[in-house]
Design a protein around this ligand. Structure first.
Ligand code: A3P
Length: 287
């Protein structure tokens, strides 16, 4: 499998995504579809599980009907795995789909139909730390190299799906013009019940408090880690090499401190200020 990145409209993505770009861009959303969009490693799978549990009123058995990547198809990777485009096209709406595409590359049919979008953002340092470990597993991304090299690449946006800075700002700037619920990984960690209630309301569901609490428990890190339908351990080996790491790695806030040197942190902060200058988007970073 090619390990190169190719720019689509200036955004580096895996060759295999770029090669199918026309088809991805032409994807037809259906009325009522929900898109979960994130920069990679920001809590996508967690929110996919919460959404599926809410839609199925906390029924854990129904949510074990298939692995999470089949319950929530991956938009720009559909041509590489099941369910493929034809199967997804045949699914009755309302469907739930996942994507890591930045705002400007989301297929226009989603916006035309005013589809709901849940966006999850995670602070840059933890996202990069998680991505560095994950990129050892991803077979269609370049080898991550050393941590120092990876920090440089991340700051330049030279990683799969491009710049974290542009991604989180892109959705932030558009969130009030579209049907976008903008969430933060750190909030989900701090008060999962409150954030899960937000998601429930966005989905126009009204579940009893006890059911919501059960959903929070079922979607907690430890529960998902033990559940082979939620932990991505069966994600096709052609795309994720499970011998190189574990998808459900730590699930914490502040793990970046185990990786950054003091000097790297200073340089990162300086660059961060420059890249986020003028934006009202603020993250809670455990310093
Ligand atoms: P770490 O690598 O820091 O552990 P994504 O689904 O967007 O790829 O994000 C993966 C990250 O979310 C991983 O972070 C993973 O451990 C974490 N994660 C997955 N499920 C979680 C949960 N229920 N609670 C907290 N973190 C979770």
């Amino acid at each position: 499998m090619s390990r190169h990145l190719t720019a689509v409209e200036g955004v580096p993505v895996a060759d295999l995504i770029a090669a199918n770009w026309q088809e991805i861009w032409a994807f037809q959303a259906k009325p009522g579809d929900l898109l979960i969009d994130t920069y990679p490693k920001s809590g996508t799978t967690w929110v996919q599980e919460i959404v599926d549990l809410i839609r199925n009123e906390g029924d854990a058995e129904i949510c074990r009907r298939a692995p999470i990547y089949e319950r929530v198809p991956f938009l720009e990777v559909m041509h590489l795995m099941k369910p493929g485009l034809e199967e997804v096209n045949a699914m009755p709406p309302p469907r739930v789909l996942k994507s890591h595409l930045p705002f400007q590359l989301v297929p226009p049919s989603f916006w035309k139909l005013n589809c709901k979008v849940i966006y999850v953002a995670r602070n840059a340092r933890d996202t990069m730390t998680s991505f560095y470990h994950f990129d050892h597993m991803v077979t269609f991304h370049p080898d991550p190299g050393t941590w120092e090299q990876y920090v440089q690449r991340f700051m330049k946006g030279d990683v799969g799906w491009g710049s974290w800075y542009d991604h989180v700002k892109g959705f932030w700037e558009k969130k009030d013009k579209h049907n976008i619920l903008y969430l933060f990984y750190e909030d989900l960690k701090k008060d999962p019940l409150k954030e899960t209630r937000k998601i429930m309301r966005f989905l126009e569901k009204d579940l009893p408090e006890e059911m919501l609490k059960r959903i929070v428990h079922q979607s907690s890190f430890n529960q998902m880690k033990e559940n082979s339908m939620s932990n991505n351990s069966t994600f096709p080996m052609e795309i994720l090499d499970h011998t190189k790491g574990s998808f459900m790695r730590k699930g914490t806030v502040g793990d970046w401190k185990t990786m950054f040197t003091v000097r790297q942190n200073e340089l990162f902060e300086e660059d961060y200020r420059r890249q986020m200058e003028g934006s009202s988007l603020k993250f809670q970073v455990a310093m």
